[in-house]
Design a protein around this ligand. Structure first.
Ligand code: SF4
Length: 219
């Protein structure tokens, strides 16, 4: 938990300019659409940090809850604010990431949607002897993408990972491409290998001053 908090404030400092910009358009958009914003500063700021990091890594403002897919049309729909927002507000009271919500959502409603989201991402990871197998996670029904995806599983792993290398098993070539971009942006060593039924990626954190989760590594 302490490591997560330290990571949050480090990222907040690193992206402070971008977070301010995200905050400005988010507030403007919410006002135009009569949406409310997540009342938890920590949660909304964390989503703004993710938006900033995804924009820096992939060049576009992708939804903070999903990594880019191989489907260009779907990727367009996933740019924040995404095309699923209305539909998801009808279902959960908030968008999938619980950033925007209905203007009449009460405190209990925000809490319930945030809890739903945490429940989706705080799942046991399949990691053994330095190998993280990212396959087999449930699929989001609207985007047909895994939750949590390989990128979020990597982030969760690095919160408490101290080894200098991590092997990841992923199901698709797109996930390999995404991990390659993440590695390049963060300064991790990167190797990939296509196996018969999956892809294997090896990340090397040797260049990082302390350990793998240091988001400022190489930047
Ligand atoms: S789910 Fe919410 S945060 Fe994610 S892209 Fe849609 S509007 Fe943005």
């Amino acid at each position: 938990m302490l490591k997560m908090m330290i990571g949050f404030f480090k990222d907040f400092w690193k992206y402070k300019v971008q977070v301010k910009k995200q905050d400005a358009w988010i507030k403007k958009f919410a006002k135009q659409k009569n949406y409310a914003l997540n009342p938890s500063w920590m949660m909304s700021t964390n989503l703004e940090i993710w938006l900033s990091e995804l924009e820096a890594t992939f060049g576009k403002r992708y939804c903070p809850c999903f990594e880019p897919s191989a489907d260009a049309e779907l990727n367009k729909k996933m740019l924040c604010p995404c095309e699923f927002i209305e539909d998801e507000i009808k279902e959960y009271g908030t968008c999938h990431c619980a950033l925007f919500g209905s203007s009449n959502l009460d405190k209990a409603g925000w809490k319930a949607s945030s809890k739903r989201l945490m429940g989706e991402y705080q799942v046991p990871l399949n990691i053994k002897n330095g190998v993280l197998d990212t396959r087999g996670m449930p699929m989001d029904p609207r985007r047909n993408l895994p939750i949590p995806d390989a990128m979020h599983q990597l982030k969760a792993t690095l919160n408490s990972y101290t080894n200098k290398t991590l092997k990841m098993i992923v199901a698709t070539e797109q996930e390999v491409l995404n991990l390659e971009k993440i590695a390049s942006y963060r300064g991790y060593g990167f190797e990939k290998q296509a196996k018969e039924e999956y892809f294997e990626v090896t990340l090397n954190f040797d260049a990082c001053p302390t350990q793998g989760s240091d988001a400022s590594c190489g930047n």
